[in-house]
Design a protein around this ligand. Structure first.
Ligand code: SF4
Ligand code: SF4
Length: 373
């Protein structure tokens, strides 16, 4: 098997690990490069055509350029049951997951990617349990179950310092880990960034341009063309950003203005958080539903657990946040606040080792693509 020999030789020379998934992706790309039927489908095929051979770094780059729209799978005359078994979305999904694990910071945490769904679930359970236990131990049941209203009501249940320091520590850790992980991927792909390439990549990522197909949408969850996944992804991602904006504005209110939460229903943090929470909930539940309906053939079963776990965690953050808003002046507020904070902490801890890292890897791959063009 000369192809396997070449891979082993490359593994010895390259920093990037060669795996079975990568060998399969290379097999796919070599046949696609001869066929080229799908060259107008997305950014992957024109990028593929710039290569005559595919190094591990090239395959990582192409895999992260792929949005998993499934168009090439349904168009392919060599897809299973054809003996060549061409299945580009499945092959690239596995290589992408390996690239997240390989570049993860710190290195030992990369192993978390290998059991992603389980890890996200365990981190969630532990974070929620920890916050509930701490709150239960530090507060009397009377305080937890009593209704609190007016400025400082939340801090009567969990102190401001405990809330802010735990959230800040986990968020800054996530930011550092995600930055170093993406930098490692960027260095390995050999990309040289210029501002214009980054700006174009950001535009493509923010508009999910490659999920538009040729103008009719992508082939997800089934062979029919649809924009549903694109709109649900937009709802989830922009909802998440609005919730982040709500927290940032609330921080400015607290420190710069001296205004203490909870804020009125017409205040900026509450409006941003409510709209963002509803969008996140619609997006995550919709994407979960599409996953249930999706054709299993082009999917990579090994990564599905992680995808489900992260969507459920994001939905839990949104749902408990909205419930907290609705019930904040009732006796349910204390435990709801502890539950919501637990899910938020779990999200921050799991972020660098979950599917969420794809947003940064894909933007980096798009930037390299623009640079190569
Ligand atoms: S996915 Fe199939 S049809 Fe498309 S370029 Fe590759 S081999 Fe050709
Ligand atoms: S699944 Fe979609 S985005 Fe990925 S290579 Fe095929 S056509 Fe391109």
């Amino acid at each position: 098997m000369p192809a396997i020999d070449a891979l082993i030789a490359e593994a010895e020379l390259s920093e990037v690990r060669i795996s079975e998934a990568m060998a399969d992706a290379r097999h796919n790309m070599e046949i696609c490069n001869a066929c080229r039927y799908c060259e107008g489908f997305c950014a992957v095929f024109p990028a593929m055509q710039r290569h005559r051979e595919f190094s591990a770094a090239d395959l990582n780059h192409l895999a992260n350029l792929c949005h998993g729209c499934q168009g090439c799978f349904y168009a392919c005359q060599y897809a299973p049951p054809h003996p060549w078994g061409i299945n580009v979305p499945q092959a690239f999904a596995l290589v992408r997951a390996e690239s997240y694990a390989f570049h993860a910071w710190p290195k030992p945490m990369g192993r978390l990617f290998e059991r992603n769904g389980t890890i996200v679930s365990v981190v969630t359970a532990l974070a929620v349990a920890l916050v509930l236990l701490l709150v239960g131990a530090l507060q009397s049941s009377g305080t937890m179950l009593a209704p609190h209203t007016g400025p400082g009501a939340f801090f009567a249940v969990i102190s401001y310092d405990a809330m802010v320091y735990s959230a800040a520590a986990t968020f800054l850790y996530a930011l550092l880990a995600m930055s170093l992980t993406t930098a490692s991927f960027w260095r390995a792909s050999g990309g040289k960034i210029r501002f214009i390439h980054f700006a174009r990549a950001l535009h493509d990522a923010m508009t999910l341009r490659n999920l538009g197909g040729g103008g009719d949408g992508c082939n997800y969850p089934t062979e029919s063309f649809s924009f549903t996944r694109r709109w649900l992804h937009h709802a989830m991602a922009y909802g998440f950003l609005l919730c982040f904006a709500a927290t940032s504005v609330a921080t400015v209110f607290h420190h710069a203005m001296g205004w203490v939460a909870p804020y009125s229903l017409l205040s900026a943090p509450v409006i941003l958080g409510t709209v963002g929470g509803i969008m996140m909930l619609i997006g995550t539940i919709g994407l979960l539903w599409l996953k249930v309906l999706a054709d299993p053939e082009p999917a990579a079963k090994a990564v599905l657990g992680g995808d489900y776990a992260m969507l459920i965690l994001l939905a839990s953050v949104a749902k408990t946040g909205l419930l907290l808003l609705v019930l904040r002046s009732t006796s349910a507020m204390g435990w709801l606040l502890a539950l919501h904070l637990g899910f938020v902490l779990a999200l921050f801890v799991a972020l660098p080792y979950s599917k969420m890292i794809h947003a940064l890897f894909r933007t980096a791959a798009l930037a390299r693509d623009h640079a190569e063009r």
